[in-house]
Design a protein around this ligand. Structure first.
Ligand code: NDP
Length: 487
């Protein structure tokens, strides 16, 4: 059986490359190739820039409210095609249908809707300076680029393009080579909604294509989601043309569970923050600090619920709530971390092995894994694993927990479980993280800014401030009085 071959999406249509180079995409739950994609060669790259230039000229000249109407139409189409798009995400990523059906497309659509609503509300300032005055305009940057990770492919494409397009920019998006189809579908939807050709282009390929985006002097901003190491390369490369950057990078986030917490709720948060999307979420609370008084209760409930309630298998089965990791390579990397946890002396509470569920025997599954007796210097406690591996640590007092939670070069997210309202805020205010939850974990609505402290990122996505990150301010001074000149 032949599999489909997708081309790059440029100037409102598919464009064949000249090199003939393609890459294969596998379903992580079956290890089977499901389609091929053409790589964006130099011909496609040049066409993408030309297309985006034209797209920008048309789009930026439209009234914001007109752009808003078109983007809202795209939101409607995204929601109407929820199931078709969610299925693509399941087949590309290996995540459960149960999640994709209600999260991936919805949260993507929400963000475009949010920024579409804000577009006509963006205003400049006016201020008198004596009899003269100045005013400011919020102008789009021009051509912006997005480079995405593979864990939430369509959602990431929406989160980046939503504010960029709302502010009047043109966009070139490169999805991860592992998950290229969702962005193509978004491009088709934008066209159907009435976004002019050239405003949203999709280029395909691996690191080289990403590097080209970061280097191109025609591109004014790059918004990147991926690993810290790659993010550093992107920033270095973007410096060559002094591009603006938004960096959404990795984390090793702490969750602090105090002895007055609702333990069942805290266990729910810990499980969601380690096993949802089989652990492949940047904000995951992979370091769980539990107060010594409730430690035993916490791990007893955690073990029981992890062993009883997690169902791994064919991700399209609606009963399955735990999917396959993205690739064989990533599977081996995660298993390597588990071996390291064992060899460095942590105790395996549950999991710790590869899985081969009956309904998906060839998938890249790793059992939900919990380590106890962990110490802060263990590799599994220090490094981002990006898989279903949780480390549980014990603490005795608040200050100690805060110090240990902050003892990392990363600062993406953090959480606190306590019923003491003063302690909740006192602790959260001291945690060095950009995205924090109190008695909750993982929710990320369109209205709330998200992004990292320390090496977890630069800039923010979502929330009102993000629109500013896709505009530049032009100040215009207006002389109402005669110029005083010594010449
Ligand atoms: P990578 O850093 O490996 O890749 C991210 C993207 O960058 C991919 O599209 C990749 O292409 C591309 N790329 C690789 N090298 C370069 C380069 N030199 N220049 C430009 N682009 C390049 O991340 P993963 O895809 O493995 O994603 C997992 C990581 O993403 C985790 O660290 C996770 O924490 C982070 N993440 C952060 C989020 C946040 O909001 N903070 C959200 C989601 C994930 P290709 O893959 O095709 O080779």
């Amino acid at each position: 059986m032949t599999t489909p071959v997708y081309q790059n999406f440029i100037n409102g249509h598919f464009l064949k490359n000249q090199s003939g180079e393609t890459f294969a995409v596998k379903n992580p739950a079956t290890d089977e190739v499901i389609y091929h994609v053409e790589v964006a060669d130099a011909f496609v790259q040049n066409a993408a820039i030309e297309s985006a230039k034209q797209g920008f000229a048309t789009w930026s000249a439209m009234a914001p409210i007109e752009r808003s109407r078109i983007l809202l139409k795209a939101v409607e189409l995204l929601r109407a095609r929820n199931d078709e798009l969610a299925k693509i995400e399941v087949l590309d990523t290996g995540k459960p249908w149960q999640e994709a059906e209600c999260v991936d497309v919805q949260t993507g659509a929400d963000v475009i809707e949010y920024f579409a609503g804000l577009a006509p509300a963006q205003v400049g300032q006016q201020q008198m300076v004596g009899e003269d005055f100045y005013y400011t305009r919020k102008e789009p940057l021009g051509i912006c680029a997005g480079i995405g990770a593979w864990n939430y492919p369509l959602q990431i494409a929406c989160w980046k393009s939503g504010p960029a397009l709302a502010a009047g920019n043109a966009f070139i998006f490169k999805p991860s080579e592992e998950t290229p189809l969702g962005a193509i579908k978004l491009a088709e939807i934008f066209i159907e909604a009435g976004v002019p050709a050239g405003v949203f282009n999709v280029v395909q390929g691996a690191a080289e294509v990403g590097q080209w985006l970061t280097q191109s002097a025609d591109i004014k901003k790059v918004s990147f989601t991926g690993e810290v190491g790659t993010g550093k390369k992107v920033v270095a490369s973007a410096a060559g043309s002094l591009k603006d950057v938004t960096m959404e990078l990795g984390g090793k986030s702490p969750l602090l569970v105090f002895d007055d917490a609702d333990i069942s709720q805290a266990v729910s948060a810990a499980m969601l923050g380690n096993f949802y999307t089989q652990g492949e979420i940047c904000t995951n609370c992979t370091r769980i600090y539990v107060h010594k008084n409730v430690y035993q209760q916490f791990i007893d409930e955690l073990k029981a619920r992890t062993e009883q309630n997690i169902i791994a298998g064919d991700p399209m089965d609606p009963e399955v709530n735990f999917g396959a990791l993205i690739s064989k390579n990533h599977h081996d990397l995660v298993m390597g971390y588990i071996d390291k946890g064992i060899s460095e002396g942590a105790t395996l509470l549950t999991g710790g092995k590869a899985l081969s569920p009956e309904s998906a025997p060839n998938g890249y599954f790793v059992a939900p894994t919990v380590f106890t007796d962990c110490s802060d210097d263990m590799t599994i406690v220090k490094e981002e694993i990006f898989g279903p591996v949780m480390s549980v640590l014990v603490f005795e007092d608040e200050d100690d927990a805060i110090r240990r939670a902050n003892d990392t070069h990363l600062g993406l997210a953090a959480g606190v479980f306590t019923k003491d309202i003063k302690r909740a805020h006192r602790v959260i205010h001291q945690l060095q993280a950009g995205i924090c939850w109190i008695n909750s974990y993982g929710n990320s609505p369109a209205e709330m800014p998200v992004g990292g402290y320390k090496q977890s990122g630069i800039g923010r996505e979502n929330g009102i401030e993000t629109l500013d990150h896709y505009t530049q301010t032009k100040s215009i001074y207006v002389g109402m009085t005669d110029i005083e000149s010594p010449f």
